[in-house]
Ligand binder design. Structure first.
Ligand SMILES: Nc1ncnc2c1ncn2[C@@H]1O[C@H](COP(=O)(O)OP(=O)(O)O)[C@@H](O)[C@H]1O
Ligand SMILES: CC(=O)N[C@@H](CCC(=O)OP(=O)(O)O)C(=O)O
Length: 265
């Protein structure tokens, strides 16, 4: 039995087909792979902030988070989105338990090194993986919202990709980012092409020349950090592509695989 951490991005959550959740449940029932879901919800946070007339800003893909933003982040992620994902799984006959990173000290966090700019954005320093394993032993799929807890009970807004990588590290699990693009894209002869496999060095170059920007930055950084800390495998795949998740677990080439070593083209 292998663990697979599935990070569902806010970019796709609202529109993921029913078949996606059916595949997650099938995977769970097969017993070969144990799915653990970590979700985002960035677009919903942004739209709620907008309706409250609160400006929101991102630096290198991370949301600047003050007290007011933090309230909305927790409401959206640990409330609406977490329970929606649980319902999506229940609707197709699965068992899921939603839990936030605050509960049971699941995601212990400290402020990022850029706290002066980012405010209450956290880095995960410890994952209480026994809680996740307990939920799995009871036969449920864990659904984790990326809000962390620090000293004195302080909450932190944690990027979903970073939270997913921390969970995968703690469980020595494979990690799969589900997003709204076929994988990492590059421009070739005026057209966008998907890379099947990409190395750490190329990723660093792509961040530097801004081929990778915005929400893709925390994704690839979290991927590399995970691989350095012994995650067996990291992929970015499209949640809208039929069977993409099942194909991924069957070892087919889907999306982009991120690796540490150089890729020979
Ligand atoms: N080189 C790239 N290839 C593909 N997508 C990229 C790239 N660079 C930046 N992006 C952006 O990253 C987005 C995915 O990140 P994000 O919006 O945070 O998604 P999610 O909510 O799924 O985590 C894509 O929709 C795209 O706009
Ligand atoms: C610090 C930080 O940026 N946190 C994210 C948390 C949600 C998230 O990661 O959502 P996606 O997966 O949809 O991007 C945010 O506030 O948007």
């Amino acid at each position: 039995m292998k663990y697979l951490v599935i990070k569902c991005g806010g970019s796709v959550l609202d529109n993921l087909p029913r078949s996606f959740f059916e595949d997650v449940v099938k995977m769970h029932e097969s017993g070969e792979w144990t799915p653990i879901i970590v979700h985002g919800g960035g677009p919903l946070i942004t739209s709620l902030l907008k309706s409250l007339n609160v400006e929101t800003e991102f630096v290198n893909g991370l949301r600047v988070t003050d007290h007011q933003v933090l309230d909305v982040v927790e409401m959206v992620l640990s409330g609406s989105v977490n329970k929606q994902v649980v319902r999506n799984i229940v609707e197709v006959g699965g068992n899921a338990i939603g839990i936030s990173g605050v509960d049971g000290g699941l995601l212990k966090a400290i402020p990022t090194e850029h706290a002066k700019t980012l405010g209450f954005v956290g880095d995960v320093i410890e994952v209480n993986h026994t809680i996740i394993e307990g939920i799995i032993k009871q036969g449920y799929i864990p659904v984790i919202s990326p809000v962390g807890i620090g000293s004195g009970g302080q909450r932190y807004n944690i990027n979903g990709d970073i939270a997913a990588s921390a969970v995968a590290k703690a469980l020595e699990a494979n990690l799969c980012f589900i997003s709204d693009i076929p994988g990492i894209l590059v421009e070739k002869n005026g057209a966008k092409t998907k890379l099947d496999k990409v190395s750490k060095v190329i990723i660093e170059e792509m961040i530097h020349n801004q081929t990778i920007y915005g929400g893709m930055i925390p994704k690839v950084k979290a991927a590399i950090d995970g691989l350095v800390h012994n995650i067996p495998e990291v992929g970015i795949i499209n949640g809208f592509e039929k069977n993409s998740l099942i194909d991924y677990t069957n070892g087919k080439t889907v999306g982009t695989k991120i690796v540490l070593e150089e890729v020979i083209a």
